[in-house]
Every structure is written in structure tokens, then in C-alpha cells.
Design a protein around this ligand. Structure first.
Ligand code: SF4
Ligand code: SF4
Ligand code: SF4
Length: 294
């Protein structure tokens, strides 16, 4: 595993665990400060908070934009819990099916669809409603998956265990409150979860590169990022890098990478992928091995 991919996976794992612990707080004991910290680098919550408070302290979204301008969409591979959940679902599927190989290939961008969702999200916000933004915001959707689907199940299991233990006079597990689900929200969350589950295991990051307005916005910034995945002239067109690209954005026929869709997962930089080391993450297009080494 390339060092970049290794660090990305570790960071994404830490972020995912931290956000899940905060959202799955069964006893509602986690202090407010942890909630604020968990939202700081979440793009939409941070941006909305800034717009409503005009407080410079909540500039997490600006940090995300700067990171994107420097390194591309690393937000989508390390900080967005929904994006990390996509990778987790795909990983679990491959472990369960014992199919460890990725088999993607280049696909043309769905530019009209991407822009349409972004316009819908921004337009509805400008018209004074945050409801549509809430339905499209990745953090809100991840929050609903946890609060509407996962938390009630864990709470019921906890209470079941607590009641069994109480019968034998063991009181180490305390019962926790279980919120009554709102059917409309639960139905939407289940439908959303099924959709992203299907897309994650079948099409990698298709959701991220068609529907998510945050992905489209960050993609626009990433197009001009300082560092990018690039293909050098040493490429022998074996297309192994295309196969591991979950964003389906490496076009080996034209030796280009669509950086608006690249989610900086660094799969293509892994040691065993490219036989000629022709995939690089660099500031400028490198041509020959000599140039890379020198
Ligand atoms: S595109 Fe959207 S859902 Fe996907 S990782 Fe990026 S912010 Fe998250
Ligand atoms: S080009 Fe594809 S495989 Fe490479 S980092 Fe970007 S999304 Fe990942
Ligand atoms: S894996 Fe390397 S050699 Fe093969 S197509 Fe990709 S860049 Fe070219």
C-alpha cells in the first residue's frame, strides 16, 4: 500500500469512529463541545453556521476549500463520513464475496446531472429553504442513517441485554431511552441507505460524482488544485489503474484524469498497480522516469 493511501485510510478510520461515537451516544452524555468539534470540518454544517452567525470561528468549510485547492478532493476520502461509508460498504462486499479485485473502467462525466443537483441545492437555499439542502447534505444523511437506523437497533439490543442481566441480579448494563421513530424520516432514510448501498457496491463513487452537490462544488475547485493525479508518458496503456479507480475518472485512452471527479483515494498510487510507475500525484505533468527521479 502506498504511504499516501495508508495515511488516508488511517485518518478516514479515525474520523469515522469519532463521528459515529458522537452520533451514537446512547445515553446522551457526550458534551456539546464534542458535537461542535465533530461538525467543524463538515462542509455544509460549517458553511450554514457561518452564514447564519457570521462568526469567523466556524470557518471549517474554508479550511476544506483550501485543502481542496491544494490536494484535490481529500475531503471526500478522509473527512466526509458518507464517502467513508461508501468505501466501507465496498470493502465489506469484497470481503464477503471473497472478490478482492476492483474492476472499474473509465466513464464519461455526468456533468448536466451534477450541475443540476448543485443548482437545486444552492437555488433552494437562496430561496430561503434549507429542507432540500438537508436532504442532499452528506453529513445530514449520514446523521440520519445513524440516528434513525443504527442507534435504535443498538439501543434495543442494549436494553434486551440489560433486562436479561437484571433477571440474574446483574446491573452493569443500564437501560437507555429509545426514541420513537418518525415514519416519514425513517422511510426516507431507509430508501436513501438502500440507494447508496446499491451504488457503493456496484458503482463505487457514482453517487459522489452525480448527485452530491458538495462533491460537485469541491470538484470545481479540485479542477485547479495544486497537486493532481497525473499519467506520465511512460504509461504502456495496460489500464490497471482504471480498474482500481472507484471514481471511474482515469481515461487511459487519452492519458488524462478528470480531477473534478477524483476523490483522492490513492488506489491508483498503490505499489502493485502500475507496472511502470506512471501514475503520479504531482504539481506538474512529469514526462519521463529521469525527470521524476531527477
Ligand atoms: S461527494 Fe459528497 S458524499 Fe461523496 S464523499 Fe464527497 S462530500 Fe461526501
Ligand atoms: S484517480 Fe481514481 S483511483 Fe486515483 S486517486 Fe483519484 S479516484 Fe482514486
Ligand atoms: S497502470 Fe500505469 S501503465 Fe497501466 S495504464 Fe495505468 S498509468 Fe498506464
Amino acid at each position: 500500500m502506498s504511504q499516501l493511501k495508508k495515511y488516508r485510510v488511517i485518518l478516514a478510520g479515525l474520523v469515522y469512529v469519532f463521528l459515529s461515537v458522537v452520533l451514537l451516544d446512547l445515553k446522551n452524555e457526550i458534551p456539546e463541545a464534542y458535537f461542535d468539534a465533530s461538525l467543524y470540518l463538515q462542509f455544509v454544517p460549517s458553511l450554514l453556521k457561518f452564514i447564519t452567525t457570521l462568526n469567523w470561528v466556524v470557518l471549517g468549510f474554508a479550511i476544506v476549500l483550501v485543502l481542496t485547492a491544494l490536494f484535490g478532493r481529500i475531503y471526500c476520502s478522509t473527512l466526509c463520513p458518507l464517502g467513508i461509508l461508501f468505501d466501507l460498504m465496498d470493502r465489506i462486499k469484497r470481503v464477503l464475496t471473497k472478490n478482492k479485485r476492483l474492476r472499474y473502467s473509465y466513464e464519461k462525466p455526468k456533468t448536466v446531472l451534477r450541475i443540476a443537483f448543485l443548482v437545486i441545492a444552492v437555488g433552494s437555499f437562496l430561496l430561503g429553504t434549507t429542507a432540500l439542502v438537508g436532504l442532499l447534505d452528506p453529513y445530514s444523511n449520514f446523521g440520519r442513517i445513524n440516528s434513525e437506523m443504527i442507534k435504535p437497533v443498538i439501543s434495543q439490543v442494549n436494553n434486551g441485554v440489560a433486562s436479561v442481566l437484571e433477571n440474574v441480579d446483574v446491573y452493569t448494563v443500564k437501560p437507555v431511552p429509545v426514541a420513537t421513530p418518525k415514519l416519514g424520516v425513517l422511510f426516507y432514510t431507509l430508501a436513501f441507505f438502500c440507494m447508496v448501498f446499491y451504488l457503493a457496491i456496484k458503482r463505487g463513487r457514482l453517487y459522489c460524482n452525480t448527485i452530491c452537490p458538495v462533491g460537485t462544488l469541491l470538484g470545481g475547485v479540485a479542477h485547479f488544485s495544486l497537486l493532481k493525479i497525473r499519467i506520465t508518458e511512460d504509461c504502456i496503456s495496460c489500464k490497471k489503474c482504471e480498474k482500481v479507480c472507484k471514481s471511474q475518472c482515469i481515461d487511459i485512452d487519452n492519458k488524462t484524469v478528470d480531477n473534478t471527479r477524483c476523490v483522492a483515494c490513492f488506489n491508483c498510487l498503490q505499489d502493485k498497480v502500475c507496472p511502470t510507475n506512471s501514475v503520479v500525484f504531482s504539481r506538474k505533468k512529469l514526462n519521463h522516469k529521469t525527470e521524476r527521479n531527477g
